[in-house]
Design a protein around this ligand. Structure first.
Ligand SMILES: Cc1cc2nc3c(=O)[nH]c(=O)nc-3n(C[C@H](O)[C@H](O)[C@H](O)COP(=O)(O)O)c2cc1C
Length: 153
């Protein structure tokens, strides 16, 4: 199936002191005021379970040169490994992991009423409570990632 050339992000969560993050292309801004975004997350992922339980999550922007990071966080599950053995993070005001080295971050609280349950995914609607933009680096797109990591699907 053809894909939209979305920008890639990391969705970060933490539960019982276990921090985790996954790569996510299905992220979009819904409204500017109030500042709402949506992230569509597969129900099989650990991130899904953590976000559902915790009710908050971070969105880490990925820069144009971070294909390997997208690959690492998108091809491994926190169910099998501790992804933060290879990367470092700091905690946001809401206590979510901000993966170090990203050009920007959002800290979000789930709006449970607006969140939509699909068969395979949950579309979490999050209110942005804090935002940090560190650099104006160009974002990483799905197409950049596919070409650089030689991924075909
Ligand atoms: C480029 C890329 C984009 C992805 N986009 C999404 C997405 O939009 N939604 C989703 O549920 N999974 C997406 N994934 C897959 C998750 O990142 C992957 O299932 C990850 O291993 C889940 O990690 P976790 O189990 O630690 O949460 C994407 C993976 C890659 C490589």
């Amino acid at each position: 199936m053809p894909r939209l050339n979305n920008i890639l992000y990391l969705v970060g969560t933490i539960l019982d002191k276990k921090a985790n993050a996954m790569c996510c292309s299905s992220v979009t801004q819904l409204t500017f005021s109030p500042p709402l975004i949506a992230a569509s997350i597969n129900k099989n992922t650990l991130t899904h379970d953590f976000v559902k339980e915790r009710g908050t999550f971070s969105i880490c922007l990925l820069g144009r040169n971070q294909s390997e990071m997208a690959h690492y966080f998108g091809r491994n599950s926190g169910r099998q490994i501790d992804k933060f053995e290879s990367y470092t993070y700091r905690l946001s005001n809401q206590g979510n992991p901000f993966v170090e080295g990203c050009p920007g971050y959002f800290d979000c609280k789930v709006d449970h009423q607006a969140t939509v349950e699909l068969e395979t995914h949950t579309v979490f609607v999050g209110e942005i409570l804090d935002a940090e933009v560190g650099s104006m680096e160009a974002p990483l797109t799905y197409l950049d990632y596919q070409q650089e990591m030689c991924v075909v699907h």
